[in-house]
Write a protein that binds this ligand. Structure first.
Ligand code: C2E
Ligand code: MG
Ligand code: MG
Ligand code: MG
Length: 291
């Protein structure tokens, strides 16, 4: 009986794995097709980053979104790993940067500018070497944009790899700002903060989630802010969902807030509206009026 059950269990697992493999293959071929088709179904959602003190919009983060031909919306958590495994990530990255540049032009046409636009770059993209940086620079220049408005968000894994390090340095020399994403969740030493000219640390949402009640989380957040500031690095808190979190972060010197409380990732058409509303709000806060 045990043997039969063991066999059933094996069958169950192997079916589950089959299902995952099939789903990944389906995603891979649909993504390949989308990329060959000028990125049909792919678009960029922008999430605002706000000054913790004044709530002025200091920048936005570009986050990729994908609606498959059958209408199903797939999250980056699902398709980015597939893109990384299959090498489609470079084409995806190129496609997104093109969109971001186009969207910036649209926003400027509507009368909006903000200091920085952050794009996520996965450590797999760094395998392209310095050609990646050249390509980024060329795309940005072709759209008449300036590299210094761009920030690349990288996770800690990008910093521990020697090849990645060279590319990071090339990004920095070209004028991009460097931002460490999901700070505190990776395996790495703090030495890289000294080695690279990092402009921003993004505290992972895992440390923000249970603030202010979570004493350990609070201690980590306070320590990270102090360390970053001592090194001349700005701090962004990710995943801010409540006013209590925002109050705690602001009171402890966190520079920038990002999260559903302040703005969800939105298409460029909604971003224009959001920026318009926030321009007025920021003016009110600066003038000492409550929001
Ligand atoms: P990330 O760069 O750390 O982005 C933050 C994620 O948290 C985003 O998920 C965002 O929608 C979500 N988020 C923002 N505010 C809140 C909040 O208040 N609460 C909660 N629970 N979540 C919040 P998303 O858009 O699903 O992206 C997931 C990850 O996929 C990103 O993490 C990033 O690593 C990656 N990614 C997204 N777009 C791209 C891309 O174009 N290229 C690359 N290489 N990676 C990308
Ligand atoms: Mg990010
Ligand atoms: Mg993050
Ligand atoms: Mg993340």
């Amino acid at each position: 009986v045990a043997k039969a059950q063991g066999k059933n269990r094996f069958q169950f697992f192997s079916e589950a794995i089959d299902g995952k493999v099939r789903q990944d293959l389906r995603l891979e071929s649909a993504l390949r097709q989308a990329l060959e088709n000028n990125g049909t179904g792919l678009w960029v959602a922008y999430q605002p980053k706000l000054c913790a003190k004044t709530r002025a919009v200091v920048g936005v983060e570009a986050l990729t979104r994908w609606r498959m031909p059958d209408g199903q919306v797939v999250s980056p958590g699902e398709f980015i790993p597939v893109a990384e495994r299959t090498g489609l990530i470079s084409a995806l990255g190129d496609c997104m940067l093109e969109r971001v540049c186009t969207d910036l032009g649209v926003l400027r046409g509507a009368g909006f500018e903000f200091p920085t636009v952050a794009v996520n770059v996965s450590s797999h993209q760094l395998l392209q070497g310095e050609a990646l940086v050249e390509h980024f620079c060329d795309t940005i220049a072709a759209h008449g944009e300036s590299v210094c408005r761009f920030e690349v968000e990288l996770t800690e894994s990008a910093l521990t790899d020697a090849r990645g390090a060279t590319v990071l340095e090339a990004f920095r020399v070209a004028g991009f700002k460097l931002s460490i994403d999901d700070f505190g969740t990776g395996y790495s030493s703090l030495g890289y903060l000294k080695r690279f000219d990092v402009s921003t640390l993004k505290i992972d949402q895992g440390f923000v989630r249970d603030l202010p009640a979570d004493q350990e989380g609070a201690a980590i957040v306070i320590a990270v802010i102090q360390m970053a500031h001592a090194l001349g690095i700005d701090v962004v808190a990710e995943g801010v969902e409540t006013e209590a979190q925002a109050d705690f972060l602001r009171a402890n010197g966190c520079d920038v807030l990002q999260g559903y409380l302040l703005g969800v990732p939105m298409p460029v058409s909604e971003l224009a509206e959001y920026l318009h509303k926030h321009r007025t709000l920021a003016k009110r806060v600066l003038a000492g009026h409550p929001i």
